[in-house]
Design a protein around this ligand. Structure first.
Ligand SMILES: [Zn+2]
Length: 233
């Protein structure tokens, strides 16, 4: 028959030491506190470890730890084999000295994990219908960059190719943010008013910088930056 489990003071002490330093959540602390209040009310005596503060000693204190058995040492060796550690003296890569790296000879033979997969790791090609659905799902109000349908406002008469060419010419056909010339160069309205074609309100930007300027949260920043730039042109 199994012996009934008795929590002796020695076991309690061991448990206490094992749990020492463990962080308790506030909820847990509160729960314990309440439990002790109830215990006190019921007159259930004092804590088992009362008065032991500072008297408690570590289980191994003053005793000599027996060395790990051969089996344990073998287990430890296997557990750390191949592992690295931030402290080289603890584990290190010493055992790999003189060994070839894992990827030796694989140059040119490695295949990307997504080779042969179509878009986003999918194994099925996107159908026309699928593409259409995604396009609808991400357009207009469903898109994070939605600014209230302003893109559909026709650029007011006057913002023509001639004016755009003039502005690009003035700016040296370079993006006034990244100073590069790219395949697609845009002329941007600094104050975001598409009816304001004043030359001081127009600036040349590359396609990718132009997209960045249209982010709602960054508008104030770009208005300040670009109006300063345009003054110097
Ligand atoms: Zn740019």
């Amino acid at each position: 028959m199994r012996k009934p489990y008795v929590r002796t003071n020695e076991i309690r002490l061991k448990n206490s030491l094992a749990l020492k330093g463990r962080k308790m959540s506030d909820a847990q602390k509160e729960k314990l506190k309440q439990a002790w209040i109830i215990r006190k009310q019921k007159g259930l005596g004092t804590a088992w470890n009362k008065g032991l503060r500072g008297v408690q000693v570590g289980y191994w204190k003053g005793k000599k730890r027996p060395p790990p058995s051969l089996a344990t040492r073998e287990k430890m060796r296997i557990a750390i084999t191949g592992k690295t550690h931030s402290c080289p003296s603890l584990i290190g890569n010493q055992h790999r000295k003189g060994l070839a790296p894992w990827n030796k000879g694989t140059k040119g033979k490695q295949v990307a994990w997504n080779k042969g997969l179509l878009g986003c790791g999918s194994t099925v090609p996107h159908t026309e219908e699928w593409n259409r659905k995604i396009s609808i799902a991400l357009s207009g109000k469903n898109n994070g960059s939605w600014c209230g349908g302003i893109a559909k406002d026709p650029y007011t008469f006057g913002f023509n190719a001639k004016l755009r060419a003039k502005i690009k010419n003035r700016d040296g056909d370079l993006c006034q943010i990244c100073s590069e010339h790219k395949k697609k160069m845009d002329v941007h309205h600094i104050d975001y008013d598409k009816a304001n074609h004043a030359e001081k309100n127009l600036i040349t930007l590359c396609c990718s910088c132009h997209i960045k300027t249209n982010a709602r949260a960054k508008r104030d920043f770009y208005i300040k930056l670009l109006s300063e730039k345009v003054q110097r042109l």
